[in-house]
Design a protein. Structure first.
Length: 96
């Protein structure tokens, strides 16, 4: 007996995630986890919290000097994080 309606498991899982609107939350989680990978351990040491609300990444940084440096390069950081995830998850970054 030959199967005619076969799909890859990956395709089925992605379809289920899209139907239940969980693909966005999963991408947000991947982006938050990518922060230390993209920016490095030295920045991670000064990072207190990260959260995404309404496609905006809010990051609390304990060093004022580092916060200012990151603010100046936030567009490049945003592009690097979105590229790491593979989709446009965030539209802006706000440093606190």
């Amino acid at each position: 007996m030959k199967r005619r309606n076969t799909q890859l498991l990956r395709e089925v899982l992605l379809q289920v995630l899209r139907e239940n609107r969980l693909d966005t939350k999963l991408a947000e989680k991947h982006l938050i986890e990518a922060w230390p990978l993209v920016l490095g351990k030295s920045v991670e040491q000064y990072t207190r919290s990260r959260e995404i609300k309404n496609n905006i990444l809010y990051v609390s940084i304990s060093s004022a000097v580092l916060r200012h440096d990151l603010f100046l390069s936030r567009e490049e950081i945003k592009n690097a994080l979105n590229a790491h995830v593979g989709s446009e998850v965030i539209k802006d970054i706000i440093f606190r």
